[in-house]
Write a protein that binds this ligand. Structure first.
Ligand SMILES: [Zn+2]
Length: 363
């Protein structure tokens, strides 16, 4: 581990706010300096907004890049020879996907960070793992879709992988039953994208009139609620249905994005998303970009120590959310905790882009 990767050794949910801030601010500011020097586009943006990368900055003053910039430009802070993987977002219809270049250092950080975070919920052992998707999703290892990359990333945390779906997306009930039988009563892990888990797993089981006892399972899922909200399925309904079908299982959603792979925000036992030691979240007013206090809904800004190969350490997302508190969640984890309320509607996004600066100036 490089000296600059010290952040990966910080206990994931232990630091109270002053300590966390004293660690995060210099680490993120070092990244701002690094990217300003290494990525010409980013350097020009800072200069255009009169931001001196060397000036001392609080978390709130750190410049942020709108996440959609990665759809329009390939922003890289490394030479082409150093790029060994490019991630692309799925991208909604009519939109270009985000392209994120990774060097070995950033990819290694992502793997380590994800493992450190998930160990807090899974324990140190690699558990037998059910993947709620089909094997084809990771076959083409050169074109890493966000979904394929997510499955591969999470797969590292498990062993004896079994796929719950066939290549035609139908439920492989035989494989599921065999997995349940082989690991009966033992801790085990499942991962899938939220919509896959709901539509092709829970709904398929229910349609078949089947229940499978997976007691002891920790189900991790991620990937946005839009399609479920359209079906009037909220988090409580999602959990209740899965427990009805699978028995005594623990379920954790996480919030993350292809532009900040690794530093994910995992839902705790209380149903709140938590910022890990090497990442943080701010909520901003969508009209004047001021930082909002807990309880006020705004746009989420996500901070992460991981991105070395692209200037993605401080991003303004297009997701609405609300900060709920800091250091005092009843689950015992320290740090900020929050809810995500969904994507800003397209019309509002367009309105936003009229006023949204290419890069926010210091508050
Ligand atoms: Zn909590």
């Amino acid at each position: 581990m490089l000296e600059s990767d010290e952040f990966l050794s910080w206990p994931v949910y232990d630091a109270e706010r002053a300590l966390k801030r004293s660690r995060l601010e210099p680490a993120l500011q070092a990244l701002t300096r690094h990217h300003a020097a290494a990525c010409a586009d980013y350097g020009r943006l800072l200069a255009a907004y009169g931001i001196a990368p060397d000036a001392p900055m609080t978390l709130e003053q750190l410049p942020f890049v709108p996440v959609r910039l990665f759809k329009h430009r390939l922003l890289s802070s490394v030479s082409p020879e150093q790029v060994f993987k490019t991630l692309t977002s799925s991208g909604t219809t009519g939109q270009a996907p985000s392209r994120i270049v990774l060097d070995k250092l950033t990819a290694q950080r992502q793997t380590t960070a994800l493992a450190r975070i998930m160990q807090n919920f899974l324990g140190p052992a690699r558990l037998p793992m059910l993947i709620v998707d089909h094997p084809g999703v990771i076959k083409d290892r050169h074109s890493f879709s966000a979904r394929g990359a997510g499955i591969l990333g999470l797969s590292n945390l498990g062993r004896q992988h079994v796929y719950a779906l066939r290549d035609d997306m139908s439920l492989d009930l035989e494989a599921l039953r065999a997995f349940a039988e082989r690991h009966r009563g033992q801790p085990k892990l499942a991962f899938g994208f939220t919509f896959m888990v709901w539509q092709h797993f829970a709904q398929a089981l229910r349609a078949a009139g089947e229940r499978v006892d997976l007691s002891g399972l920790v189900l991790i899922h991620s990937g946005g609620w839009k399609k479920l909200v359209d079906q009037a399925v909220d988090n409580a309904t999602f959990k209740a249905r899965l427990r009805d079908l699978l028995g005594d299982v623990r379920i954790h959603n996480f919030y993350g994005m292809v532009e900040q792979v690794g530093s994910v925000f995992v839902e705790c036992e209380q149903g709140y998303l938590h910022a890990p030691a090497f990442a943080d979240v701010l909520v901003r007013d969508a009209t004047d970009w001021s930082v909002l206090p807990p309880g006020r809904e705004g746009l989420l800004q996500v901070l992460s120590c991981l991105p070395h190969s692209y200037p993605g350490h401080s991003l303004l997302t297009e997701d609405r959310g609300v900060l709920l508190g800091e250091d005092d969640c009843p689950c015992g984890r320290r740090g900020r905790y929050f809810h995500v309320h969904g994507r800003l509607p397209r019309a509002e996004l367009r309105g936003c882009s009229d006023t949204q600066p290419g890069l926010a100036a210091q508050a």
